[in-house]
Design a binder for this molecule. Structure first.
Ligand code: NI
Length: 175
């Protein structure tokens, strides 16, 4: 296992569509999944997509503790060649961060309810419905596979900034 270098916004690998994985069980895919998990844990993120570690393949991983998902933990999930579909038109705006934009955050509208599917690392089909933060993290990670970073999903760029500054501005607003 190895901790991989994470590409930052502006790198071309983050701006182009990734290719489907043909052989999920191939040794190099299994090693990549292991390395992605180790890299995500080291960096402290909720999710990671293969293009973020300079590999343009359609693989995402994500997880969340109960505190981030209304009390329901999102288990560590590996999704290969994923498909995400909104279940209705309802959108929810929430702050996101990304390991490829270190230190930054912004408010992003996402579908509140989605269905997603894909293969796990053993080649078995995974199909789930998700809402809230769980749905948000899936949409964010799968966007990486199409070369889309969260700032281009934002509809109010005044909410975009460095985490400490955005947090301070929110505190000031509450006072
Ligand atoms: Ni990201």
């Amino acid at each position: 296992m190895a901790i991989l270098k994470i590409a930052r916004m502006g790198h071309s690998v983050l701006a182009r569509p990734a290719a489907p994985v043909e052989d999920v069980k191939a040794a190099e895919i299994q090693r990549l999944v292991d390395d992605m998990i180790e890299t995500m844990e080291d960096a402290g993120g909720a999710g990671l997509a293969a293009p973020q570690v300079h590999i343009p393949l359609r693989i995402v991983i994500f997880h969340a503790p109960p505190s981030r998902n209304d009390g329901a933990p999102v288990p560590l999930t590996v999704l290969i060649n994923p498909v995400v579909q909104p279940l209705d038109d309802r959108m929810q705006v929430g702050y996101e961060g990304c390991l490829s934009l270190p230190g930054l955050t912004g408010a992003v509208p996402r579908y509140h309810n989605v269905r997603y599917s894909g293969l796990d690392r053993h080649g078995e089909m995974v199909e789930r419905v998700a809402e809230g933060f769980h749905a948000r993290v899936v949409q964010h990670e799968c966007d990486h596979l199409d070369g889309v970073l969260y700032p281009s999903r934002m509809d109010d760029l005044s909410t975009f900034g460095f985490v400490e500054e955005v947090r301070r501005a929110m505190m000031e607003q509450k006072e």
